[in-house]
Design a protein around this ligand. Structure first.
Ligand code: MN
Length: 718
């Protein structure tokens, strides 16, 4: 590990002046240093050095991510409230409200309590979130503070070392990762490993050391060749050999890789000026060095959610060694190293801190949802595991059909995807299409999958079974929340529905039924507080709706019924879809062999015991159904949409599903299922959709037929 250099305020000023040119700002930093020095006077660290060296080093670390003046000052003052009893008001007066708030924020994060108890972790996460949402610079100061503490951890007892290292690895390094501050993240990880598993750490370090010369020579040879190659093509660039962090090697060893596999994999980074040059350089390198298929990643076109952009490829380089090559612009490199803090590095970003805050909001979302949903419903252990899951696991990146990136934990399913897009999407989802194929809901999503979620207004919401399928604990909690919040409401609604249905069935007016006397009678008889509770008991199956109605109307039913007046119902009074000539109350089904929709010529078939089944007039099934047909017509009072199935014939073997879905999306139809019936030069798709009527379906078909590759649209008849 690097030797600790004894910095002075002049070193800080020198480093800051590289990117902070204003003399008055540098003067402010000096002033803050003097204030901190006198506040900490007489205090010493465990290592025996004057305390002021800690805030000074914190500020120096902050210069490596180009922190602005206020943040550097906050770094210098970060322990004055906590350790010196300085009041926030005093800091406001001397250094302004921003600095005061930053220092106050860092203080609120608290001293380390040397505990990784779950309750403590929860508190800690909450504090981090509050800090982040108030001003993300608070967290950046905290990270710098922790990095210096980790660098000087040798001064503490072994027990404390392990506790702090564990907390750093479990909480602070992941936060640095989420904010994209790779520089700080990887040093925190290496230092943590050094104290948590010193034997492993030094073993890896030693092995790296032993092979260093050989590797360095190989890397140098390769760098030389690549530079020549790029120069030939006039691409100005810079190449760096790239050291793998000890922690990343440890991680790979842990995943069962052999040490030789890891160190044999050599790494280069190429920096160029423009995005175009990135791709040019890639092409040139691939033309000379054979790439390994499937190892190429384009994070330029598809940045990671922590803003990381780069091209990655692995090629066979000199002496048969594999080389992992990253190609990116200088700007991208800045973001890769400093993540959210990179906003500082760009002078043209006038309000860097606002930009950082905006980016942070997005990151915060996942912490927030975990906290909000879980606080009461989970044991603290579950909670911590779920946070770790979200933070530490390798994530995968999938896309919406529009190209928005959705970040998910490894092993996520389309349900996780739907909930991540929006809770509402999750709750109304009925199916998923991944890369143009329908997949089961437990399908394991892969990196770069394009996922289209089919939803339906008629969906009854998530099913309990989903809890066993989903991967992300966020999703699981949203589903749980749906049930715990809705179970009762759903039952009440269901109960009310079935009671009303029963009343309609028996032609009893609601107002006749729900008289105050009847109500009192019911509440008493069924021992419930109010009607809602009664509905609940019907909905959850404790009582049948008919039992409730019988309670009031039993006697009357037993009395001889007066002969009802014959009423000929007008078609529009009838709730059914289809009016059957000469019969006013009969069960009617729309046949699912030909799926008639309003506008179709229809004919009824009298089934044995299942009412009348309605077919399209040209349905071939009718041929076999002798003379039990009956005339029927559409009711003018029809439902919103009807199910029907169409076949789309094309003359291409390219998968056009997405494009057609897009085309269909402008119509007021609901697509229920979509699949490839026949694949080949003349692919045929079968689409099940819900549509108002024939006229509208014809309009939709005409639009589809405008697509050059669509040859024919027909209604399916089974
Ligand atoms: Mn500190």
């Amino acid at each position: 590990m690097s030797k600790i250099v004894e910095y002075t305020i002049e070193d800080l000023i020198e480093k800051a002046s590289v990117y902070i040119p204003e003399e008055e700002n540098l003067e402010k930093i000096r002033r803050a240093y003097q204030f901190a020095e006198s506040s900490h006077k007489g205090q010493f660290r465990k290592s025996g050095e004057p305390y002021i060296l800690h805030p000074l080093n914190t500020a120096i670390i902050l210069t490596t991510v180009y922190a602005d003046t206020d943040t550097l000052i906050a770094g210098l003052l970060h322990d004055t409230i906590e350790d010196c009893g300085v009041e926030k008001e005093e800091l406001t007066e001397l250094f302004g409200p921003t600095v005061a708030n930053l220092v106050y924020g860092v203080s609120k994060l608290g001293r380390i309590h040397f505990s990784t108890e779950n309750e403590y972790l929860i508190e800690y996460y909450k504090k981090i979130i509050v800090g982040m949402s108030e001003d993300v610079r608070v967290i950046i100061v905290k990270l710098a503070d922790r990095l210096h503490n980790m660098r000087t951890l040798y001064a503490l007892s072994t027990e404390k070392q392990k506790k702090i290292a564990k907390e750093t690895l479990e909480i602070l390094a992941p936060i640095a990762h989420h904010l994209g501050i790779h520089k700080i993240k990887s040093e925190l990880e290496d230092l943590s490993l050094r104290y948590l598993k010193p034997d492993v750490f030094y073993d890896i370090a030693e092995r790296l050391d032993k092979t260093k010369l050989e590797r360095d020579n190989t890397v140098n040879d390769m760098m030389h060749l690549v530079t020549e190659l790029l120069n030939e093509h006039n691409i100005p660039h810079e190449i760096k050999g790239r050291a793998k962090s000890i922690y990343s090697i440890y991680n790979k060893l842990n995943k069962g890789k052999k040490f030789s596999d890891i160190y044999d994999l050599l790494a280069l980074r190429i920096l160029v000026h423009t995005e175009q040059e990135c791709y040019l350089a890639l092409g040139i390198i691939h033309s000379k060095f054979k790439p390994i298929p499937k190892r190429f990643k384009d994070y330029i076109a598809m940045p990671k959610t922590n803003m990381y952009q780069s091209l990655h490829t692995t090629v066979f380089g000199v002496d048969g060694y594999l080389f992992e090559i990253q190609i990116r612009t200088y700007d991208m490199d800045e973001v890769a190293e400093n993540g959210i803090a990179s906003h500082w590095a760009y002078k043209e970003h006038k309000d860097a801190s606002q930009l950082m805050q905006n980016t942070t909001e997005q990151k915060l979302q996942f912490f927030k949802s975990i906290i909000e949903l879980n606080e009461d419903k989970m044991s603290s252990e579950e909670f911590v595991n779920s946070v770790k899951d979200e933070v530490l696991n390798n994530n995968i990146y999938c896309f919406t059909p529009k190209g928005d990136i959705i970040e998910l934990p490894k092993g996520a399913t389309p349900i996780d995807f739907a909930y991540k897009v929006h809770t509402r999407v999750g709750e109304t989802m009925v199916g998923a299409i991944v890369n143009n194929s329908i997949v089961p809901l437990d399908y394991e999503l892969q990196n770069n999958d394009i996922v289209k979620i089919n939803t339906s207004k008629n969906s009854k919401g998530p099913s309990q079974e989903w809890l066993n399928i989903v991967k992300s604990s966020q999703t699981r909690n949203k589903i749980r929340a749906f049930f715990s919040k809705n179970e009762k409401e759903i039952y009440i609604e269901r109960g009310k529905d079935s009671l009303e249905k029963e009343l309609r069935k028996r032609k009893i007016a609601f107002s006749d039924f729900f008289t105050p006397e009847n109500e009192a009678k019911l509440l008493k008889e069924f021992k419930v507080e109010d009607l809602e509770e009664l509905y609940l008991e019907i909905g959850n199956g404790k009582h049948a709706a008919s039992t409730i109605v019988n309670m009031i109307y039993k006697k009357e039913e037993e009395q001889p019924q007066p002969k009802p007046k014959k009423i000929i119902p007008k078609a529009s009074d009838n709730n059914s879809d289809v009016v059957v000539a000469g019969i006013d109350k009969v069960k009617v089904n729309l046949a699912n062999c030909c799926n008639p929709i309003p506008g179709d010529e229809i004919i009824g078939y009298i089934t044995k015991g299942n009412g009348i089944s309605v077919h399209r007039k040209n349905c071939h099934n009718l041929e076999y159904l002798d003379n039990r047909t009956v005339l029927v017509s559409w009711n003018s009072n029809t439902k919103d949409k009807y199910e029907t199935v169409i076949l789309i014939h094309t003359n291409t073997n390219e998968n056009k599903l997405m494009e057609m879905m897009q085309k269909l999306s402008i119509f007021d139809i609901h697509i229920d299922r979509f699949f490839t019936l026949h694949e080949g030069k003349d692919t045929i798709y079968e689409v099940t959709l819900y549509v108002r009527d024939l006229e509208y379906l014809e309009k939709v078909s005409k639009e589809l037929e405008k697509l050059a590759y669509v040859t024919k649209i027909e209604r399916l008849m089974r």
